[in-house]
Design a protein. Structure first.
Length: 307
């Protein structure tokens, strides 16, 4: 069987928060933030539901399909609007979907976990699956903590995956999780995001490189065959270190964290949208989509674009 990406959409809040604005209330500066993270500004506002609805609607329009054409909604989020019910059914209702809908929480790997889940759903008879990654991370940020406040932001990205008996965009997957590292990045009920930054950096680079190499091998290609790397937008230093170990030049990496910040499960579709708008994605190109997050979780996939 095959699955094709037939439509994409994004949503970001209107409010832009710059590093200079953060420096008014935090012991930090634009230079300090950019040097350590690569982030210049981020978007703040909305909710996982409101942003997800906009991104989902845009993806449906881009795909040229209607709500009745979707068989399943997989909604990736670390920041659901409520503990229960899940956000997915409410998003489905707003979009007019009449299908099954569920949340997936794999932190910053969430979008890729959701894509893998969608692929499995297509294997079992569904025709089209809407995948959305949407985050309201700012709700769970201690804005007096300069280590986290400069990183996290809000946004959403979505795609429509369609069963195709002849073409296949998704050539391989490599996913994993290690709960032994769960305490490296956490957010407790009623609390804020906390992170051991140095430990997360070391672990993230290792798992990204390992899962990427496995995905490339399963796809039967090498890093030299890749036109693009679309990584989770966590930190420019992590992206640089992973690309260096994979022998991939940075000009092949899509980087949007400079103006979006870390949007967790929304970051990969936001990056893809930017690549497409800037004519960096072409039919037949190979791309590596790779993410990692709290859990720890990680996920890589090799894609060959059919559009």
């Amino acid at each position: 069987m095959g699955a094709r990406f037939i439509g994409w959409g994004i949503a970001v809040p209107d409010r832009v928060v710059t590093n200079d604005e953060l420096s008014l209330t935090l012991d930090t500066s634009d230079e300090w933030i950019v040097e350590r993270t690569g982030i210049h500004e981020r978007r703040i506002g909305g909710t996982a539901m409101s942003l997800g609805v906009i991104a989902g609607r845009n993806a449906l329009e881009d795909a040229g399909v209607e709500a009745k054409d979707i068989d399943f909604l997989v909604f990736a989020t670390t920041t659901p609007d409520r503990i229960t019910p899940a956000t997915a059914p409410m998003v489905a209702n707003e979009l007019g979907l009449k299908c099954a809908a569920m949340d997936v929480n794999a932190a910053c790997s969430g979008f890729m976990y959701a894509v893998r889940t969608a692929y499995g759903l297509l294997e079992t008879g569904n025709k089209r699956v809407l995948v959305i990654g949407s985050e309201n991370l700012s709700r769970w940020v201690d804005w007096s903590d300069r280590n986290m406040a400069v990183l996290l932001a809000d946004g959403a990205g979505a795609t429509v995956l369609e069963y195709d008996p002849t073409e296949n965009d998704l050539l391989s997957f490599s996913l994993g999780a290690d709960g032994a590292d769960a305490d490296l990045l956490t957010c407790e009920h009623g609390g804020y995001f906390q992170m051991d930054g140095a430990a997360v950096f070391r672990r993230a680079v290792r798992v990204v490189v390992d899962s990427a190499e496995k995905a490339l091998a399963m796809a039967g290609i090498t890093a030299d065959d890749l036109s693009l790397v679309i990584p989770h937008q966590a930190n420019i230093r992590i992206i640089q270190a992973a690309c260096q170990r994979l022998n991939i030049e940075m000009d092949r990496a899509v980087v949007v964290l400079d103006h979006y910040g870390n949007t967790s499960s929304a970051s990969i579709p936001l990056a893809f949208d930017d690549a497409r708008k800037n004519d960096r994605v072409h039919k037949g190109d190979y791309a590596l989509l790779t993410g990692f997050g709290a859990g720890m979780t990680w996920a890589s996939a090799v894609v060959r674009w059919s559009q």
